[in-house]
Design a protein around this ligand. Structure first.
Ligand code: UDP
Length: 324
């Protein structure tokens, strides 16, 4: 079972497990996910879709071998719009998935994040680093939900002997990202396609390290099948400043637009780069796809979409999920 199956990473994971011959149950409440990401799987004999919110009790009939918990808003814009749901899916949603795993005697892998390191004071970030997180800042709803998620997962592992895996996912990109989710790669690509200026936040000196989705999925797949229950960073250590990245996008897309500078969001981490020694050692994993190659594939994917398709994918209305 994969939660968040209609999301960016969830849908790529569904594809991978189907390709490996597994029977896959995809679960999603479709707040940020999009059925378009998995429509090609809907008629597949080994795929079943459950439209369900994991923050409600989760019941699945029959046997389950593996659970991958990937349901969560995962971009700063999304978790600012739906902060309570973000907290709930990381906490209550994880509790339900762990309970289900225990009931089914299944192994569970939960999707954690480099955000557990906050605005890091250690560089690059290895798994031993405890992080520098502002619990009450705008990102706190995501960061603390994910930290709680790791904590309760380890508790189930230690107290109930559950087989658990924790992946700390660093910035990942590729086809099926939502163009308006606010993250920098879809933002820049969308702007280039619409002929708009590229918006760099702050002075663009903050850094990120971008991992292509196929590499990320491979790392997650290997971790699930490993016997390692401590957290593992999966990401691409090739670090770049956001300003230099904007220049790369201008070159890639051939846009003649300018770079414009906007205010840096609060608590935006100044630097981020995964230390992947553990993944190399335990999983024999390291990224294979360069940023140049991965960005080319990603840009071509969005470029080949019709304007109306792009428009549809851009407008995701959360208003009916927001209770005031
Ligand atoms: N960013 C930017 N322009 C945008 C969107 C994002 O300069 O239009 C910056 C953002 O401030 C951050 C970096 O790009 O420093 C990566 O942002 P993203 O939201 O993709 O991920 P995260 O901050 O969670 O790593």
């Amino acid at each position: 079972m994969i939660t968040g199956a209609a999301g960016f990473l969830g849908s790529h994971l569904c594809d991978r497990f189907i390709r490996e011959g597994y029977q896959v149950i995809g679960m999603d409440n479709l707040i940020t996910g999009d059925l378009k990401n998995i429509e090609h799987l809907m008629s597949h004999e080994n795929f079943e879709f459950h439209h369900h919110d994991v923050t409600k009790f989760v019941h699945v009939a029959g046997k389950l071998d593996y659970i991958l918990h990937f349901a969560s808003p995962a971009s700063p814009i999304d978790y600012l719009k739906i902060p309570i749901q973000t907290l709930k899916v990381g906490s209550v949603g994880t509790l339900h998935c762990l309970g289900l795993a225990k009931e089914k005697n299944a192994r569970i892998l939960i999707a954690s994040t480099s955000e557990v390191y906050g605005d890091p004071l250690v560089h690059p970030q290895n798994e031993e680093y405890y992080g520098n997180v502002n619990a009450i800042g705008p990102r706190g709803v995501y960061d603390e939900a994910k930290r709680f998620q790791e904590s309760i997962t380890m508790a189930y592992h230690r107290f109930h002997g559950l087989e658990t895996r924790i992946v700390r996912i660093f910035n990942t990109y590729g086809p099926r990202m939502r163009l308006n989710d606010g993250r920098v790669i879809p933002a820049f690509i969308g702007q280039a396609l619409r002929g708009e200026d590229l918006t760099v936040f702050g002075d663009g000196s903050q850094t990120r390290s971008f991992c292509y989705v196929d590499d990320q999925v491979e790392g997650i797949y290997r971790l699930l099948l490993s016997d390692y229950s401590e957290p593992v960073n999966i990401g691409n250590p090739d670090e770049i400043s956001i300003l230099d990245f904007a220049k790369e996008i201008i070159k890639l897309t051939g846009t003649n637009q300018k770079i414009v500078f906007k205010e840096l969001p609060q608590d935006d981490p100044l630097q981020r780069q995964p230390d992947i020694s553990r993944a190399r050692e335990i999983l024999g994993w390291e990224p294979q796809v360069s940023r140049e190659e991965g960005m080319k594939i990603t840009y071509e994917y969005f470029k080949s979409m019709s304007a109306s398709e792009l428009e549809k994918r851009e407008h995701k209305d959360f208003s009916k999920h927001i209770r005031r």
